[in-house]
Design a binder for this molecule. Structure first.
Ligand SMILES: Nc1nc2c(ncn2[C@@H]2O[C@H](COP(=O)(O)OP(=O)(O)O)[C@@H](O)[C@H]2O)c(=O)[nH]1
Ligand SMILES: [Mg+2]
Length: 314
């Protein structure tokens, strides 16, 4: 009988379960969403080289036998935001500060801007531990070159831990998890173990299409574009999903750009989006993309609400 007590299974059962919320904050484009996806081992939050790719707050849930960490990915904080859409994103980012057990403050190795400073200032008044992640260290061949930057960041933020990481190579990822586990409380899992996000699959589908927009188009269009899923259903006979997505832009000129010469642009976007959707739904997918002009949607509170930019998410 005594041998049995020491089997790994028994040890696992007897160690207390930990669960909690961790907000991922920082200025746009430092790699918050890429880090969250990496920690989850799954692509949930869309990413691109353009700032403001993440517009909504989204939960990524990482469940193991011993703990459950709920990551709260946020849009980056924007200074001088004026349009309704920017205010929406700032509210989504700010609200993530409430009710979390720890904060992951992501900065980019070698770059400290006014926007980073603004986030650091917010950290001053938090009563939860701040774990600073200095991301993109893969850009530095010589690790020593990083030291002065790490020191500078350390002086600016009241941090619990400062971890150099790379979301590309996953260097430092074990340390992130170990550090988080020190701060999340002993309690049962918050979400069922098979949940990976608080968002619907339909929402994730619209985000996938928006990611392709952000990634394939030039600078002027993506900020003026959003995606609405008009049809999202599984066809039993054909054994595949039918998805119709409507891309809304603000001006007729933008519609032309999204469609491209002879429809080449939108065709490419469709091919890439379909590939990700098949992965997400683990099934065959028939995808149709449409483009429509809806003037001023990004500065119209009612239009925003009807497009899913609402704050009924934690
Ligand atoms: N070199 C490098 N680039 C990264 C790393 N993590 C993210 N990126 C890139 O930085 C850009 C912004 O990433 P994203 O996750 O969308 O940033 P967010 O706005 O903070 O969520 C994307 O082009 C990513 O591919 C990293 O560890 N190393
Ligand atoms: Mg993001």
């Amino acid at each position: 009988m005594t041998e049995e007590i020491n089997t790994p299974e028994n040890t696992a059962m007897s160690s207390p379960y930990h669960a909690g919320f961790v907000a991922v904050i920082g200025r746009p484009n430092v790699g918050k969403s890429t880090i969250m996806n990496g920690l989850l081992g799954q692509k949930l939050s869309i990413t691109s080289p353009k700032p403001q790719t993440t517009r909504h707050r989204i939960h990524g849930i990482h469940t193991t036998e011993h703990f459950q960490i709920v990551f709260v990915d946020t849009p980056g904080m924007h200074l001088g935001a004026s349009k309704s859409i920017n205010r929406y994103m700032n509210r989504a980012a700010n609200s993530a500060f409430g009710d979390v057990d720890a904060v992951l403050f992501v900065v980019e190795a070698g770059r400290w801007s006014k926007e980073d400073q603004a986030v650091a200032d917010k950290c001053q008044n938090l009563d939860v531990p701040v774990i600073v992640l200095v991301n993109k260290i893969d850009k530095f061949k010589q690790k020593e070159e990083l030291f002065p930057f790490l020191q500078k960041v350390g002086e600016k933020v009241p941090f619990e831990a400062l971890i150099p990481v790379s979301a590309y190579t996953k260097s430092g990822f074990d340390a992130i998890e170990t550090e988080i586990l020190k701060h999340i409380p002993e309690q049962p899992a918050i979400f069922p173990e098979d949940y990976i996000t608080d968002r619907s699959t339909r929402f994730l589908a619209s985000e996938i299409v928006r990611e392709k927009l952000m990634r394939t188009l030039g600078d002027e269009v993506p900020y003026g574009a959003t995606v609405e899923i008009e049809q999202f259903k599984f066809d039993e006979e054909e054994n595949r999903w039918h998805i119709n997505a409507l891309i809304l832009v603000e001006r007729p000129g933008q519609k032309q750009i999204v469609i491209g010469k002879k429809g080449e642009q939108i065709k490419q976007m469709g091919i890439q989006a379909r590939k990700d959707l098949m992965h997400l739904l683990d099934s065959r997918v028939h995808l149709e993309l449409w483009v429509k002009v809806k003037e001023n949607w990004s500065d119209d509170e009612r239009a925003l609400a009807s497009l899913g930019y609402t704050e009924d998410h934690r």
